[in-house]
Design a protein. Structure first.
Length: 302
């Protein structure tokens, strides 16, 4: 997971993790509460090697959080401060949404603002059990407050106000479409009994059926997850509106280019205007799933 911080100085990419313990955790999808990796990083470094973020009281700091992990959702928190979410995958919200922590699926990006109004030394870290201990933590230090290390991080998300897709109001930045609405349905499955095959409507890429539309049309895609793992689906070439999540319609659709479809019957509906002709990859951003076939093409005929 990545954190880019700036006021505008510094940057941060919360990251991946190095695989250890053989294939630990990657098998059978049972990695929920145990780290499948020995090491978790921020900008490629694990604490105590992570670089501290330096701030001054009164500053407003922008953190650009990127989950560059192959498998894990990270829940990013800055102790003692709220995070005000302003952008989802680079697309602006109508107004910032204040939360205690932001869950981020692989390939998702969030921009958040922090008001530096509590001088001290604080942890920026992942609240998922085990992640901070595996290295996913960095200090945020106010000028003049160096030298004091805060108490250990608080793991878990109990009592925290967490970001979720229905909290934000996306700004209407997508290309307009006047043409026909074409609907597509994609069932995401795979990974049964430890299999490494991952499918869309029962097929593995390159046999998957493309989403074929003409320029000017609107594509509405329903993603349903029949597997035991979440799938962060990422579209190249354009952003989309998130219309509904698990059957609940969003009053003000977020605009994103990656959307996490929850495990065990999670469902998401997206829509985009076909304005960018070409063949665009639409795939799960977990490399194990992508390599297992969970890829299709959006084909936009000019
Ligand atoms: Cu996946």
């Amino acid at each position: 997971m990545g954190g880019m911080m700036s006021g505008m100085r510094g940057r941060g990419m919360m990251g991946g993790g190095m695989m250890g313990r053989g294939m630990g955790g990657m098998m059978g999808g049972g990695s929920q509460n145990m780290p499948a990796y020995d090491t978790m990083t921020i900008n490629g470094k694990a604490y105590p090697a992570t670089e501290p973020l330096r701030v001054r009281k009164g500053e407003r700091v922008r953190l650009r959080l990127i989950n560059a992990s192959a498998d894990h959702t990270h829940v990013i928190r800055l102790a003692g401060h709220q995070l005000r979410v302003t952008h989802t995958d680079g697309n602006p919200l109508v107004e910032a949404v204040a939360v205690d922590a932001v869950p981020i699926a692989p390939s998702e990006r969030y921009d958040v603002l922090v008001n530096a109004d509590r001088p001290g030394s604080w942890w920026l870290y992942c609240a998922q059990p085990g992640h901070a201990a595996a290295g996913e933590q960095a200090l945020l230090v106010y000028d003049g407050r160096e030298g004091r290390r805060p108490d250990a991080v608080t793991e878990g998300t109990a009592g925290l106000h967490l970001w979720h897709y229905s909290l934000g109001q996306g700004r209407d930045v997508l290309a307009p479409a006047s043409g026909t609405v074409r609907s597509f349905s994609q069932t995401l499955s795979g990974g049964m009994m430890g299999s490494d095959a991952w499918t869309i409507n029962g097929k593995q890429y390159p046999s998957t059926d493309p989403i074929a539309v003409k320029r000017g049309e609107r594509a509405r895609v329903r993603l349903g997850n029949m597997s035991m793992e979440a799938h962060p689906m990422h579209l190249h070439g354009q952003s989309f509106a998130v219309l509904s999540v698990n059957g609940q319609r969003l009053a003000h659709p977020l605009v994103k280019d990656s959307v996490d479809v929850e495990a065990h019957m999670g469902a998401v509906e997206i829509e985009f205007a076909a304005h960018n002709p070409g063949d665009w990859v639409f795939h799960c951003h977990k490399p194990m799933h992508m390599e297992g076939g969970m890829i299709t093409l959006v084909k936009i005929a000019g």
